[in-house]
Ligand binder design. Sequence first.
Ligand code: AMP
Ligand code: MG
Length: 425
Amino acid sequence: MRPLSEVRDLVLDRCSPLAPEELPLHEARGCVVVDDVVAEADLPGFASSAMDGFAVRAADVASATEDIPVVLDVIETVMAGRPARRSVGARQAIRIMTGAPVPEGADAIVPVERSRFSDGTRDHDETVAVLARAEPGQHVRGAGDDVAAGTVVVPAGTVLSPALVGVVAATGRTTIEVVPRPRVGVISTGDELVEAPRGLAPGQIRDSNRPMLLAQAAAAGCWTVDLGWVRDDVDAIAAALHRAAFRCDVILTSGGVSMGEADIVKLVLERMTDPEWIQVAIRPAKPFAVAEVDGVPLLGLPGNPVSALVSFAVLVRPALRQMAGRSDLDHPRLRVRAGVALDRRPDGKDHLVRVTLDHVDGVLSATPVAAQGSHQLWATAQADGLAVVPDGDGIAAGEEVEVMVLDLGALVPPQPSAAGRRLDR
Ligand code: AMP
Ligand code: MG
């Protein structure tokens, strides 16, 4: 058996970051940016009005009140998208809409709500009564208010959020170089598997791993390729793997990599490539395989659903995120309180106990979910994290235990009214 950290390193070694691609901005959301994005110009690029109202000289309206308004001549109206033709002189105003450039001569905006506009029959008859004083700069969005020219708005290595997509667009770009999302193919093997809606004959089960692993890959930020189910047949599996390698950046299989007779995936990989059969010193999820099909990495997960889920969390997910160019590879680890004793016997493995995380007297504590068998997926699905109980005699109640947090929502203290975090499952 090999320690988890060593196997993780081995897997990471096989799964290098993908070559960068230039993508349309909105498609790059969630991807890692390759080069610094620099704003060449100020953002905003010019001083503009933050309100619909009147561009004035603050000094002109210093005495304005509701009772004794200051009346100004309105010499022009300016909309967003084009500058005013005239500049604002003494006792003059330009009617201005949100986003329009502040005219020369003006240094403040009086909002519509602080004015009474009288719409004259001819241009020069238009006046505005200003009902409140304005400070210089009032309701003016200054040039460079958000970003000064020359600023690195997105450093290389950043994961592009929707807001940053907007920022990059504001700098004038329509595409960006990023590490693309890996295309992750998932294939199931096993003669016992049946897909709904077909009924089950005795001994048959549903293929739960494939949808689950596809969902995990999507949740890890990847594109997914459903490669379907293949029966336990050497030629069928070999053909499916070649097809998979053509379409995907990485292939995930589940089942067929343990010690059983029908572990056909093992046979096929032995013929095709130079696979490594690994016994990881963890429970669950001991068997694991790493191989390469036509130059594409293949990660072989165990068939038991809980083992497949855990293998993905601790070995596959870091590899996929590395392929995606990310540096935050692993689920975060937290030290929390063991809510109950986490008993075990020495067996050379670290036990990854599926736990819920709950706030007890303001302290985060871990409690195992009701069932821990590697076939008991529903019980596992209630877990917020994997508590690492190292080889030995367990952890006493109240002691500290390290947890890999699968569901970050679990860390949010309960809200007084809301039904809470479980709503999003
Ligand atoms: P194997 O590693 O192929 O011997 O499979 C171990 C266990 O996982 C067996 O009970 C299989 O029936 C089960 N299993 C394998 N593949 C899947 C799958 N795709 N969905 C659900 N269970 C599976
Ligand atoms: Mg099998």
